[in-house]
Design a protein around this ligand. Structure first.
Ligand SMILES: [Fe+2]
Length: 283
């Protein structure tokens, strides 16, 4: 197996690995280390059964249950379907088209998310990724000191969108879904590296005036998504693409909802909580 840097400001590609034949400890250790170092990791050229994909997912932590039942496979509930069929109801379209970390509206957010490409459209379908570790490192010391002690307030649907973002702001959902608290500056559970955690669900801070909080949220998102911290990846057929939710934010980009050949997309997502068992053993 070869790990090489991805084109762009961060990320890595693992080549010459066949996960259908090899999910050995040595291979998994190398892949886990690559993701932790490079924040995002692509593993192209895979051909995995559902059982083997879920087995691969379990190496990264405990697969989480997604909140929309209809997006999960009945036979493999760990696998979340991401598709663009023309029949997709409006309420399920473009739900990921805003900057976020996965499951940040839950008490334990997702640590790693992976996508496996089964079908890919010829045009569109890129995922944007912003480095929250590089954005944190770029802050001056006074700003780091100010942000380090803040506790972020998160809620599904609770955060007002930035211009161009589609997620609707629904103040009532804050009450309906409950508020979760996460440190604004997260320490990575394995490497200890610090990163900002301004997921799309962040709407304010403990002990801070609401307007002041909202302004800081907008300021942080604008900082994290500066062009020098952002890259993109398009998941092709046979690609597995992983990101570390404690080191990056991500956003989907617009896609056509179509059943036509060349326009269809089918990805299977698995998100995990906790740290890889191999890292627990080493700790
Ligand atoms: Fe997401």
């Amino acid at each position: 197996m070869i790990i090489r840097p991805m084109d762009g400001p961060f990320g890595a590609v693992a080549e010459d690995v066949d996960l259908a034949a090899d999910q050995s400890e040595a291979t998994m250790r190398a892949l886990i280390a690559a993701l932790h170092e490079h924040q995002i990791l692509a593993i192209p050229g895979q051909s995995l059964s559902n059982d083997l994909y879920v087995a691969f997912g379990r190496h990264w932590g405990t697969p989480l249950n997604f909140f929309i039942d209809s997006h999960r496979r009945d036979d493999h509930p760990e696998m979340i379907r991401i598709a663009n069929a023309a029949a997709t109801p409006e309420r399920y379209r473009d739900g990921a088209m805003h900057w976020h970390s996965d499951s940040s509206y839950e008490e334990v957010p997702a640590s790693v998310t992976m996508l496996y490409g089964v079908e890919a459209p010829e045009q569109g379908g890129e995922t944007l990724i912003a480095s929250t570790v590089q954005a944190y490192d770029a802050l001056d010391e006074a700003m780091k000191a100010r942000l380090d002690g803040l506790t972020g307030l998160h809620c599904l649907g609770g955060s007002p969108p930035l211009p161009g973002e589609k997620i609707p702001f629904n103040p009532e959902s804050t009450a309906a879904n409950g508020i979760r608290k996460h440190p604004l500056v997260m320490r990575h559970p394995v490497t200890g590296r610090r990163a900002l955690f301004p997921s799309g669900t962040l709407f304010g801070f403990e002990g801070m005036d609401r307007d002041e909080g909202r302004e800081l949220v907008a300021q942080l998102r604008a900082h994290v998504t500066r062009p020098e911290f952002v890259t993109s990846y398009k998941v092709g057929v046979g690609d597995i693409f992983l990101w570390d939710n404690f080191q990056v934010l991500h956003s989907a980009t617009p896609i056509d909802y179509s059943d036509e050949p060349g326009k269809r997309r089918l990805l299977y997502r698995i998100s995990t909580k906790g740290i890889p068992a191999l890292c627990e053993a080493a700790a």
